[in-house]
Design a protein around this ligand. Structure first.
Ligand code: NDP
Length: 283
């Protein structure tokens, strides 16, 4: 029987755990605050920002939205980030990506204090992850680790193939799976015979961004399949990188899209906001 990994349920469990922890902090007089900076009015970004604020409300974390016009200059944005770095009432800083054309996201990420980098994108956070030091972890891969662990999927000594090598999903995912003692292969657009490489996997993680690209030809019978993709199919319907209907009968466990990896990202952002208290030495 194929197990459907329920990201909605697991993300709720995590948010409930965060809520309990923030309640305990509040009893000690500590209220955590996340600052979310949105530049411009990209409708998808507005939805993402609203979802993050809703999750803050649910978990007992205060949130402040800083809306800046699309014409904001790099200098103005960097100055806002520095102001938030200095503001002791702010525990986490998130600059919603993508930024409007002409703004350099990498420079903005580097400007965020590593102590408040709740997205986990700062080079210091990435470096800490790669050498096993404490720090903020990129939310989507950290959420996948939770999905795997809480679904009882064994990682130690098992073959994990990750398709995609982006800085926010593929690469940190590989670091995290190494820490979980998996044997890790990272595949990408230049990989030769991708189906054969993927069929080695006991755990296949796809983070490519191509609708329904992975059919059962890519999946070893009994593999766990984790689908990061958020794409639109030919009818405009949300779908993953995996052809769910085709792969479902051969996989031992699989994440649906929507309702798999997606909800985990915001839940892990809340977890990172909670961790900011420890990283900043407040608790
Ligand atoms: P990127 O576009 O940054 O990276 C895509 C990766 O896939 C690249 O490494 C690329 O290889 C590889 N790739 C592209 N085409 C192929 C191919 N035909 N065969 C093998 N590899 C290929 O994407 P992201 O990592 O940012 O996102 C990946 C997916 O995950 C997207 O659908 C995105 O929407 C989704 N996503 C979902 C999140 C969530 O919260 N659920 C959060 C973040 C992302 P190369 O490096 O060689 O170009």
């Amino acid at each position: 029987m194929t197990k459907i990994i329920d990201g909605k349920l697991i993300s709720k469990q995590i948010k409930d755990e965060v809520r309990e922890e923030t309640r305990i902090l509040e009893e000690k007089g500590i209220r955590l605050t996340l600052a979310v900076v949105q530049v411009g009015e990209d409708p998808a970004s507005t939805v993402y920002v609203r979802n993050k604020q809703k999750a803050c409300e649910y978990t007992g974390i205060a949130s402040v939205k800083i809306a800046m016009p699309a014409e904001t200059t790099q200098k103005e944005l960097l100055s806002k980030v520095r102001e938030l770095n200095e503001d002791s009432s702010i525990n986490g800083i998130l600059v919603q990506l993508p930024l409007p054309k002409g703004l350099d996201a990498n420079e903005v990420i580097r400007a965020i204090s590593p102590l408040k980098d709740v997205d986990g994108f700062h080079p210091q956070s990435v470096g800490a992850l790669s050498i096993g030091l404490p720090g903020f972890k990129s939310c989507t891969p950290a959420g996948i680790i939770e999905l795997i662990k809480r679904s009882g999927i064994e990682t130690e000594g098992r073959e994990c193939v990750i398709v995609g090598r982006s800085n926010i999903v593929g690469k940190p995912m590989a670091m995290m799976m190494i820490r979980e003692n998996a044997t890790v292969t990272v595949a990408h657009s230049r990989t030769v015979d991708l189906p054969a490489v993927c069929r080695r996997a006991d755990i296949l993680i796809t983070a490519v961004g191509r609708a329904k690209m992975f059919n059962r030809e890519y999946v070893k019978p009994g593999a766990a399949v984790i689908d990061c993709g958020m794409n639109r199919d030919e009818n405009g319907k949300l779908c993953g990188d995996v052809d769910y209907e085709d792969v479902f009968p051969v996989a031992s466990a699989i994440t649906p899209v929507p309702g798999g990896v997606g909800p985990m990202t915001v839940a892990m952002l809340m977890k990172n906001c909670l961790d900011s208290a420890r990283i900043q030495g407040i608790v």
